[in-house]
Design a protein around this ligand. Sequence first.
Ligand code: UD1
Length: 357
Amino acid sequence: MLKLPGDLVQRLRPSFEGKSVCVTGGCGFIGGHLVDALFGLGARVTVIDDLSNSTPQNTADLIDLDPDRVRFIHASILDEAALEAAMLPHPSTAAAGSSQFVFHLAAMSSVPRSIAEPERSLEVNTIGTMRVAHAAHKARAKRVIYSASSSAYGDITGPDSGPNAGKQSKLESMVPAPLSPYAVGKLSGEHIMRAWAASYGLSTVSLRYFNIFGPRQPADSPYSAVIAVFAKKLLAGEPPTIFGDGSQSRDFTFVSNAVLANLLAAASPRALAGEVVNIGSGRAIDLNELYRHVARMCGVPHMEAVYQPARPGDVKHSLADIHAASDLIGYHCITPLEAGLDDTLAWYRQIYADQRG
Ligand code: UD1
């Protein structure tokens, strides 16, 4: 389980203890860590997940620990009846009629997968998000906290010249310019959050994640995120692939930061109505540098990567300005890249050692 700073846990506990919360995509990589944190804070958690890109193990372990506080609904967010059931107050708090926070993390993630399956991507990420928002409205949820994506920005860049040319951090005030079906779908989810706040009075907030990584991130799919793929290959002594020349940069953000952002956004006493904030570390690194760093950490500093053409829809530079998140919900980066990589590689080392028996 991730470690969140003790003082923050103390401060956040009253917002969640004994409260019903619903987590869509709660069996996924980020969702699973969020469910752990909510469970640790004393919440009663309903997970709805279709297991299309996730495993039920983590949720099953929590159900074993405390079946009264964790419930699992195996269904897609396209299934309105299942959403309605998931957002009823948790059976053990029904008498108190407590309203819920809805953390919406279910999605068809991955830019390249969305290019291969655009219709499915938009169906899940846009129609699915609309159904989550509407179910939350009908259930009188207290707030929906939506997992949005930095991909919405596309290739918007800073000034044309000077040291920050093309590399300036992304600000929420910039006009988004999505480059992939995935980015379109995630951006439309933000618009749904704002529109449902305006049309139905539903409190909503969108968290634009910047390349989240960490333990449990799947490494086995052709659509896996880069740190997971690098770790898997390098620990197996195989050369990973770098798409493009490796000069593209990303604000790689350890998953504890995303978990914290969700908790702070839910607990905020402000009347949120569709605000959008970046959730990143505020620091970017290029792929070549990331590769060298991970190769060193995996004990194969001289392993050369294989270079292949850049992926279609790939953004060149991505770096979060996190001032708005700090102002709105008090967010700050609690785990920087290096510490996050240490935890992440320790986890991959462990599971691959376990698999080898
Ligand atoms: C994008 C979003 C991110 C979102 C994610 C969902 C941007 C800037 N970021 O991530 O917020 O959470 O989609 O999937 O749009 N790469 C390699 N070798 C590999 C795999 C990837 O070189 O084996 C490269 C990619 O071409 C890319 C970078 O690494 O340039 C990061 O790729 P990936 O981890 O897939 O994430 P993004 O597409 O940046």
